[in-house]
Each structure stands twice: as structure tokens, then as C-alpha cells.
Design a protein around this ligand. Structure first.
Ligand code: NI
Ligand code: MN
Length: 225
């Protein structure tokens, strides 16, 4: 049974019977994170886009764990230029890794690194481990293709940004939940900064009113599915 652990903001650690990954490991300088990059033991690092609150400590974690970075082509090449091993992919493509399967989905957002390097299109991830599907959409606005993603994949757990301003806000994330029809939905990308200080309870209450399972994960707590 795979397990996800919320590391704060959009950072999730995920482990299954065949391996361990981290997605968007923004830990250093993250006001809500409790884990240090050196505490993470992973086989691969997945990045949705290059923004500092997602790229985070990816290079250091990748290097110290000898864990390749899985990311959209342009961002992967940026990581390679920083001296780490990569597995470039792109939107619509899937690949079977030792730990499980990864498919890249669209995300409506931008992607550049803190040093100003433009890193192409951002993405989301469908990660399948031990037969269970986890959807991490990265930073994105609401898009209608989420309905297609939900129709074509029996999503067991989805995490959705709810913080507004840079991504979907609460009501758009509720609509995204209706499109995706996940077994469980967990909010992310809120409260880290003043401008995204929204109430996750409001999101969870609204999805429950629509008949979905929603749950807030506190930092460093886990959900097994
Ligand atoms: Ni972003
Ligand atoms: Mn972000």
C-alpha cells in the first residue's frame, strides 16, 4: 500500500513497496516545513516546474541520494546543468520506473528557476505505485481536461492547490474534485505565504457537501491508501 507524507506547501514524499520518491521538495526556506533535505531518503525526485517553492532543495537531494530528477525536458536539462542525473519527460508521456509509473499531465502555470532560467511548460504527475494512482497537479488553474484525467484514471488520492492568487482557489479546487472524482482529496499550496492564506477547512467542508472524501494533512503527517 503506498503512503504519502505531506512535507508542507506542495512537497510530498511517497513510498510504495518498490521505491521512494519526493515531489517538489521545497524544504529550506519553507516556513511550514519541518523536515530537512538531508533527512530525506529517496530513489527519484519529481519536479512539476522550476519555481523556487517547488524546485526547492531538489538539486541537493538528488545529488546526496544519487536520485535522478524526473521533470519536463527543459527543467530536467536545467537540473543536469547543475550536475545531477535526470530522466526528462514531457506532457502526455508516461514511463515505467522501478518504483512505479509516472505520467505527465498539463498544468496552466509558468516555469522558470530562481536564477531566471526559463524552464518550459510546467506539469502535473499521475504516479502509480502498487496499483494505486496518486495525482499531483503541480501549480495550476482549473482546467476542463481534469474531467478527462478523472475519466481515464481511477484516482485514489488527489492533492489540489487551494491557495488562490497563483493557482486555483477553494471553489475552483472543489470543481476540480468533481472533475477528477478521486477516492480522497487533500489540499496543498496554502498558508505558506500571506498571499495564499486560505482556510483548508472550508475546502474540505465544501467537497464533503458534494459527497467526496476530503482530509487535511498536517505537515509531516501521512496518508496510506
Ligand atoms: Ni509556481
Ligand atoms: Mn507554487
Amino acid at each position: 500500500m503506498p503512503k504519502i507524507t505531506f512535507l508542507g506547501h506542495s512537497a510530498f514524499y511517497m513510498e510504495g513497496s518498490k521505491g521512494r520518491i519526493v515531489i517538489d521538495p521545497f524544504l529550506s526556506g519553507n516556513p511550514v516545513a519541518k523536515m530537512k533535505p538531508q533527512d530525506l531518503k529517496v530513489n527519484f525526485v519529481l519536479l512539476t516546474h522550476g519555481h523556487g517553492d517547488h524546485l526547492g532543495d531538489a538539486i541537493e537531494i538528488s545529488r546526496t541520494n544519487q536520485a535522478p530528477v524526473i521533470a519536463p525536458f527543459e527543467l530536467a536539462n536545467y537540473c543536469a546543468s547543475q550536475g545531477v542525473t535526470i530522466h526528462p519527460m514531457h506532457i502526455g508521456g508516461a514511463h515505467n520506473f522501478p518504483f512505479g509509473r509516472v505520467k505527465l499531465t498539463i498544468a496552466h502555470h509558468g516555469s522558470s528557476t530562481p536564477d531566471g532560467t526559463y524552464t518550459g511548460n510546467p506539469c502535473g504527475f499521475l504516479v502509480t505505485m502498487d496499483g494505486k494512482i496518486f495525482y499531483h497537479p503541480g501549480d495550476t488553474g482549473l482546467f476542463y481536461d481534469m474531467k478527462l484525467i478523472g475519466e481515464m484514471n481511477k484516482i485514489d488520492v488527489a492533492v489540489l492547490p487551494i491557495g488562490d492568487n497563483f493557482t486555483m482557489g477553494v471553489d475552483d479546487a472543489v470543481k476540480a474534485t468533481e472533475f477528477l472524482n478521486p477516492g480522497m482529496v487533500i489540499p496543498m499550496h496554502y498558508k505558506t505565504f500571506d498571499v495564499i492564506d486560505v482556510r483548508p477547512e472550508e475546502f474540505v467542508n465544501k467537497v464533503k457537501e458534494k459527497g467526496f472524501n476530503g482530509q487535511i494533512l498536517s505537515v509531516n503527517s501521512s496518508y496510506e491508501f
